[in-house]
Design a protein around this ligand. Structure first.
Ligand code: MN3
Length: 310
């Protein structure tokens, strides 16, 4: 089972100048072969299918726990795409019969506007759907861990290229955070293989060479030590990952650390309705009136109870 906390893993800037073309590029980090859906679902299926787990508990705990963090990465990629798409369609006077979406013809991914409500999709940067063919869960622990190491390697390569291609502040904040966290996962899988086989992957395959300490959007996370920490995403489970994830970081030589709780995170932003694409409706104020009545009928407060960033 999974417990869901309604917070985001990292802070993103509020919507500014919309960037539909940039949002289409960021989709690679969602539904691309090496995107966050792939990391999330590779580790998830490997953990579902893990046999003999009591005999291999530290490795099971590592894979299952990193899967949980990856859910939050998907959520953060979606938040960045939604931020970049906010305001891309007219938010007033944008109603038929006016051709309110005509300015978006040929801009970015048309599915963001036609199939979705200016939101993230399970697609890559070309608009092709994510596929389960991206999952490798052979059941062979050494093969799966080796695959995961290279998956994180390729994922960081893609993150850096998206950073270089997209200058929108939400894309930069997203990639800055994910580069640091992906680095931790790359080290985790390298260390797991080292424990099992003695192979030193980080020295054998020093790739990708990413100077995160020189990337301004990575800096605050490195200062906080996020490049060294593996968070435990369960109050009582996955304790044994600490038997694998320890020792010095292969690049910085600082001590790796297991944190026995989830990251604090930040409240998500409540992005404004985009009525031209019916998100959440052609007339969002009507839904707001209905929910207010429903809340009162249920004995809840008149105001919405959720916590969102101000
Ligand atoms: Mn990730």
């Amino acid at each position: 089972m999974i417990m869901r906390i309604d917070r985001l893993a990292a802070e993103l800037p509020p919507p500014s100048e919309p960037d539909p073309a940039g949002a289409a590029a960021v989709q690679e980090l969602m539904g691309g072969r090496f995107g966050e859906m792939s990391t999330f679902l590779n580790y998830t299926f490997q953990s579902f299918n893990f046999r003999g787990r009591q005999g291999a508990r530290p490795f099971y705990d590592l894979v299952a726990n990193i899967a949980a963090e990856e859910f939050g990465h998907i959520e953060l990629v979606a938040a960045a795409i939604n931020t970049m798409l906010t305001g891309a369609s007219p938010t007033d006077n944008g109603r038929a019969p006016a051709a309110s979406l005509s300015g978006l013809k040929g801009v970015g991914n048309p599915h963001h506007f036609l199939a979705g409500g200016q939101g993230a999709l399970p697609q890559n940067s070309q608009g092709s759907p994510w596929t389960g063919d991206y999952i490798f869960a052979s059941g062979d622990l050494i093969e799966d861990l080796t695959h995961n190491f290279f998956l994180e390697t390729a994922a960081r390569n893609n993150k850096l290229k998206v950073y270089e291609m997209v200058e929108h502040p939400a894309a930069r904040a997203l990639t800055g955070y994910l580069l640091v966290r992906g680095g931790v996962h790359q080290v985790a899988y390298a260390r797991a293989l080292e424990r099992l086989t003695g192979a030193d992957l980080k020295n054998l395959f020093p790739s990708p060479r990413i100077p995160t300490e020189k990337i301004p959007e990575c800096e605050p996370y490195i200062e906080r030590g996020e490049h060294l920490r593996l968070y435990r995403f369960s109050p009582n489970d996955y304790l044994e990952l600490a038997a694998v994830f320890n020792g010095p970081h292969p690049e910085t030589k600082e001590e790796l650390e297991v944190v026995d709780e989830m990251p604090e995170g930040v409240p998500p932003r409540d992005l404004p309705p985009q009525p031209a694409v019916f998100a959440p409706d052609y007339a969002p104020e009507e839904i707001a009136q209905i929910t207010e009545k429903l809340r009162q009928g249920a004995g809840l407060s008149k105001e919405a109870t959720g916590t969102v960033a101000s």
